[in-house]
Write a new protein. Structure first.
Length: 490
């Protein structure tokens, strides 16, 4: 049949154990140990991951329906999310462990609704109890079918160390990449591993060199009749070797030597051939480059410009939004349909969306608004969004619409009070085609001679209208300026 799958993904997996990685130290549980070491021991890696985490924590998440805001399913999803044992931000933090480890795996735990604290939306329905993380270090193997599809995860970890299968239907599986449908994704630290390895070793060599420069190179000269059997730790040679290995410049420094022994500390003069600080800095910049986070090192050296900083930040924000997209798309595809199916509800047309990560440049936004002018019809919801972006006081869209109607009526009343210019009660229509030139000539002559009918009244009412418009835009400009100043102070 044409619906039967014939080929394979090509994923190298044997009995559920993925073997795609060509470095043995980055396979399976060994990979977890090394990536965990990187995120906990490296200030550069930790700062990079924290920057991504804090950017995504500032994102606003909301359920959206193709049927609009009045869709009752939205209230049900909001209530189900709010009724979980943990907050949504807690789930986001655990979901972001897919960045260092390549994936994050959750078991979806359900509960009956209508419990104390639940709203009427959950009465008689099934809701989420929690999205429980299943640690990457507890992975035993994957359950895969013959085509490479993921059927579940076999887990074995603390505290019981029992082997259990978590089926795919009851799980939420985030991955940074879905190459060959690899259930383990790919860590964003994978391309930084080599640079981290060498940076760590150069730092250790640098620390040893600093210690030797401070303490000096110890040299012990033994007397002629000394026991020089190096294989015997109790011989004179063995004791001398232990002394030179343990020499430290600390609060307990001091050596007692037998009669006839001499100790000399040789200092290492001159400069080094290699700049270890520059080498380490180069490796660290490559680590940050693997996550498009090079801007974190700007200001630490004389290299870099403001324009370069803006470009780097934009690339990082783009990458951060891509991570947020992974979370929203995965949750939309798996978590939402499974919950609604359990409740016998239609799940089509629903999705989880997020606001853009990072701060919006208000100067760029203001320039855009000035350029488009009245070419775009601005709705009350648009003004509400602009207020949130500029961190101005919130206003309800309905209140904004009412205020706009009030000001429009006020402006219309002013226009109606102004006497008609150059028109009588009998000729308010369009002039005849043959009379246009003569009327234009007469109007121009009247204006030149200052004899325009009702000229003073017209100017007075136009001035009032102009002052009202100026006052409105001046107030808006002051409010935006105050908001920007508060943002800069924060």
């Amino acid at each position: 049949m044409p619906t039967k799958e014939i080929g394979y993904t090509g994923l190298k997996a044997f009995h559920g154990v993925v073997q795609e990685e060509f470095l043995t130290e980055l396979r399976g549980n060994e990979a977890y140990k090394r990536y965990n070491e990187m995120r906990l021991n490296s200030g550069v890696v930790g700062g990079m991951l924290l920057a991504i985490e804090q950017s995504i924590r500032g994102v606003d998440w909301q359920f959206v329906s193709d049927l609009g805001e009045d869709d009752e399913r939205l209230a049900f999803l909001d209530a189900a999310l709010a009724g979980m044992d943990h907050s949504w931000n807690d789930h986001i933090i655990e979901a972001l462990t897919m960045l260092p480890f390549g994936y994050s795996f959750f078991e979806i735990v359900y509960r009956p609704g209508g419990q104390p604290g639940d709203g009427p939306e959950l009465a008689g329905r099934i809701a989420w109890k929690k999205l429980a993380i299943r640690g990457q270090d507890t992975l035993f193997r994957w359950e895969l079918d013959e085509t490479g599809a993921i059927l579940g995860m076999w887990q074995c970890g603390a505290p019981s160390y029992k082997l259990v299968l978590i089926p795919a239907e009851k799980s939420l599986h985030y991955r940074t990449r879905v190459e060959k449908n690899n259930p383990e994704g790919r860590s964003i630290l994978r391309t930084a591993w080599v640079h981290y390895y060498y940076a760590k070793n150069v730092q250790q060599i640098e620390a040893i060199g600093i210690e030797r420069d401070l303490a000096g190179l110890p040299v012990i000269t033994l007397p002629e009749n000394a026991d020089t059997n190096a294989d015997d730790e109790n011989s004179d040679a063995g004791k001398a070797a232990e002394i030179v290995r343990n020499i430290r410049r600390d609060e307990q420094e001091g050596i007692v030597l037998p009669n006839g022994w001499t100790l000399v500390l040789l200092s290492t003069g001159g400069s080094r051939q290699f700049d270890t600080d520059g080498i380490i800095h180069r490796y660290e910049s490559r680590i940050l480059m693997s996550a498009l986070a090079q801007f974190l090192t700007l200001g630490q050296s004389s290299v870099g410009t403001q324009a370069l900083s803006v470009d780097m930040t934009e690339f990082f924000t783009m990458a951060t939004n891509a991570v947020a997209d992974v979370i929203s798309e995965t949750f939309t595809k798996y978590a939402i349909p499974r919950l609604l199916r359990l409740n016998g509800m239609d799940f089509t047309g629903l999705r989880l969306e997020h606001s853009p990560a990072g701060d919006i440049d208000l100067s760029v936004l203001a320039d855009f608004l000035q350029k488009v002018g009245d070419k775009v019809t601005w709705l009350p919801t648009d003004e509400s969004w602009l207020r949130s972006v500029a961190r101005l006081p919130e206003a309800d869209p309905e209140e904004i619409a009412e205020e706009r109607e009030r000001k429009a009526e006020q402006a219309l009343a002013i226009q109606q009070q102004a006497p008609a210019f150059g028109r009588s009660g009998q000729d308010k229509g369009q002039p005849a085609k043959g009379d246009e030139d003569s009327q234009d000539m007469m109007a121009a002559q009247a204006v030149d001679r200052g004899l325009a009918p009702d000229d003073d009244d017209r100017r007075r009412y136009e001035g009032r209208l102009e002052r009202l418009v100026k006052r409105f835009f001046t107030d808006q400009q002051k409010r935006v300026t105050r908001g920007v100043r508060r943002i800069k102070r924060a």
